[in-house]
Design a protein around this ligand. Sequence first.
Ligand code: NAD
Length: 483
Amino acid sequence: MKIPAKLANYINGKLQTPSNKKYFDNPNPSTGKSLCKIPASNEKDVSLAVKAAEKAFPAWSKTSSQERFKILNNIAELILKNLEDLALAESMDSGKPLWLSRSVDIPRAHQNFQFFATAQMQFASESHHMPGEAINYTLRQPIGVVGCISPWNLPLYLFTWKIAPALATGNCVVAKPSEITPCTAYLLGKICIQAGLPAGVLNIIHGMGADAGQAIVVHPKVKAISFTGGTVTGARIASLAAPKFKKLSLELGGKNPNIIFADCDFKKMLKTTVASSFGNNGQICLCGSRIYIEASIYEKFKRAFVKKVKQMKVGDPLAKDSNLGAISSMGHLEKILGHIEIAKEEGAKILYGGKQIKLKGKYKNGAYLEPTVLEGLDPSCRTNQEEIFGPVVTLTPFKNEKQAIALANSTAYGLSATVWTNDLNRAHRLGEELDAGIVWVNCWLKRDLRTPFGGVKNSGVGREGGWEALRFFTEPKNVCISY
Ligand code: NAD
């Protein structure tokens, strides 16, 4: 499975050129060279996709759960079979190390299909008995045509995290991957053809958010939108979809705290904190970018952390020893560098990093950045309040638990939080007090796909994962039978 010179939309079971025949360039961020051309689809293509989805819906929604399992599991198996090609495509498209796409992104896309193929077979609905009078039972029916829109940081991983539960519950889908990383979504279309997914059940449209994405959101026949991306885009989508009473799931930005108490397992904490700060170049919505350290171990932590960060190798994503690859795009690199300039103006002391890296030869035009560690900033400054979504963290000391909680809760975001402590009571107290959809204690990014996933405050509305996703993609209907 190779990336062609021009990607195609996947509509009604076929790979199709965009109706306006227009394309735009998709550069490889590790070299700056063109990787392929992306269809610049618009509302005409979305309209064709919605028509195909509407046509496919009656049969797909009535397909037995065993048959749906079989087809979705075929897709899962084909993802695994094509792991190497998909991992390579993901790395060239996003700049992330090949070892990372191979060990995390693509295996997780496989698991997403496998998990929801199985989960829909176990999904059940409630009944409510009124003794001597009536029985109520709840039907959970597919919604119809739904839209799934995803970002560039975990391309196939997050795309399939939405599509799999939507299809599993009997919906037909019009989906759009990020225009920054469309390649594995294109390959998924080819996999679906091989897997025997009926035409029109899934349609994948490529293009810009304002054109193809927005056309999905406003289309009157698209009844629900599952979106993952930035908070500003989420607000725009909500403003367009809410007056049309569409069901909405919004997974948005984060500015996650990592709270380190002196009583933690220092070695384990240090190793995990390097990963939670710089994994995927800090471009995971769950990365901990605000590190709060109990004052008594602040200097010890700072020395040990900076020493480890200095050892990280930034380089060619295809090289085995690169800890970090390229930033996802030159535009995003410039945005992160702009944030570093703001941090300097706000009085940050740069403990390590802060500069763009110029590699040699083939990689000289790639988007590389030093992992960056900052200290000395006020918790209320922009650097500590705004999502940077890159390899940039701030270190701040705290005096006691109360102050740590106040600092952690001091932003407009509330996606995840990490706590390091060996005090069991404190761990439970923080679990209760932190404004976050997910709290990790003495670990980070430990994921059980059955758990609710999502954020509070500006980090989003609704939850994905497990039953939450199956509930989102179904409409509950109460049937009351009197006797
Ligand atoms: P983005 O909001 O710019 O784009 C996300 C998707 O929305 C893309 O496919 C884009 O084309 C599309 N889009 C843009 N404008 C649109 C519009 N008007 N209508 C419909 N679709 C539109 O986000 P991004 O830069 O791709 O991703 C980074 C952001 O995603 C970060 O803020 C990060 O925190 C967030 N994120 C959140 C989670 C989570 O689970 N909460 C996970 C990953 C990433």
